[in-house]
Design a protein around this ligand. Sequence first.
Ligand SMILES: [Zn+2]
Length: 583
Amino acid sequence: MRKILAALIATTALAGSTHAADIYPLDRATILAGSPFDFKIELKGIVKAEDVKVTVNGKDYQSVFGKTAEFVAEEKADDKVLGSALILRDLTLGDGAYTVDVVAGDEKKSVTWDVYATADKPVAKNIIFFLGDGLSVAHRTAARIMSKGMTEGKANGRLNMDDLDRMAFIGTSATDAVDTDSANTMSAYMTGHKTAVNALGVYADRTKDSLDDPKVETIAEALRRTTKKSIGIVSPAEIEDATPAAVVSHTRKRGDKAEIVEMLLGVKPEVVLGGGSAYFLGKETPGSKRKDDKDYIKLFQDAGYTLATDKVELATATTTNTGHILGLFHTGNMDATLDREFLKKGTVEKFPNQPGLVEMTKAALGEVSKNPEGFFLMVEGANIDKMSHPLDWDRAIVDTIEFDQAIGVAREFVKTHPDTLIVVTGDHTHGVSIIGTVDDEKPGTDMREKVGTYAAAGFPNYTDADGDGFPDKVDVSRRLFLAATNGPDHYETFRPKLDGPFVPAVQNEKKEYIANEAYKDVPGAVFVQGNIPREGDSGVHAVDDVVLQASGPGSEGFKGYMEESDVYRVLVDAFALGTKQTN
Ligand SMILES: [Zn+2]
């Protein structure tokens, strides 16, 4: 018995020694010179403070960092002891290569950071960053064909995004998974650090508290720290949803939406336009999603914001000259363009006067461009993703067209403001491809036989008689056929969903998602077997690279293959936010 115990102890100790400590920022982190970040060491074992040796480039860390870390003897999750830790908040470093070595008992870890300086002088005064959520190659191609048409294999027109000068392929994976979400991805763009799925502006540590994780600076904070530029955030999603939140916030959990509103008020972007008012209202107010009674609408107004709740008020707000606009046009996510402008479905009856992305972009641009110091404006095409999840390709593509029209507003702006860098990119892709057409004129009732591939596809017959850039209708007789690579069990109807967004799957009593029978009797509908776990209600993000396009000063920094975190470096370089150390 004693022998077995000894053997057990030996193997446990061995297992312990194979587990190295974790250091944040992670190995190969790239960090803007002078940008504050939190440094954390997580040890697997319980050690004494004096037994932890931390060196930076071979010297004692305190002499390099100029600060002493807080030692936490025992970090816990519920009743489980996780190990000892060292935490040093708000560290800043000058440019250079840093190797951090940690030795504590039998644990060892070494990471290297590249702390980079930027150009001394900015090349761009303004940056407009367009983020098409989930924007994949298929969305772009379909938007071009649906909007402009195609004759004899050549596009009859070009999207605004087609004519930006530079291009790069962007890798989107998270620090903890190859497949990612909109929190980690946008956070990488907006901080220069990749992180874990669901995290914003922090490295994901091991403790349960979602608000104590090691922070990195966001671009909005870097701009506040080093410039007097204006900041604008535009998104038809809830404004505290992952993509817009990434511009300002720090949390391990993108679901901390009430806290994100507080962080938004902390940074005070000059223009904030989107949905998600439910998180601004105290819990007493009907429709509130807050658990406290704080009235953030009042807090923003007290901070000098003009409030707009529909497109008429938005037009007025742009003329009030308070310098700050808070536009909240929906309690949740704003409707897709197809519903808002054309079909009047979704929640349009309840929110009839939602502005579109073009109007919001114009309003935001008009406001932030008043600042002689320049601006950073983020515009999200959120519904590209929100409609791709339920495999509602018509809505996703019409939203891509509107997103492209918002890019057109920016391209018009740069004609008179050439000192503006425009970036257009996605945060991750969706598993979708255009494989041909669906042609109602083909004989028979079997919809599958009406799918045209290769020569049988011909060309779709969308029209744009009124020249608004949108197809006059999406339910034309020969339409694009987009197919998903993944999804839950569902019925393929081969038709646009004119009654409201597609709901491919519904939950059964076992909490599994099964095909939504509401579409079963659509003439010609076929059952499509799902290929993702049954807890998934919709299509998932794809791991494929996204395509980034850019034009204007600084855009030459975008080329070849880049990680999302590398994009930040080009942005801060264009603005010269981190100059070289002068010692
Ligand atoms: Zn998504």
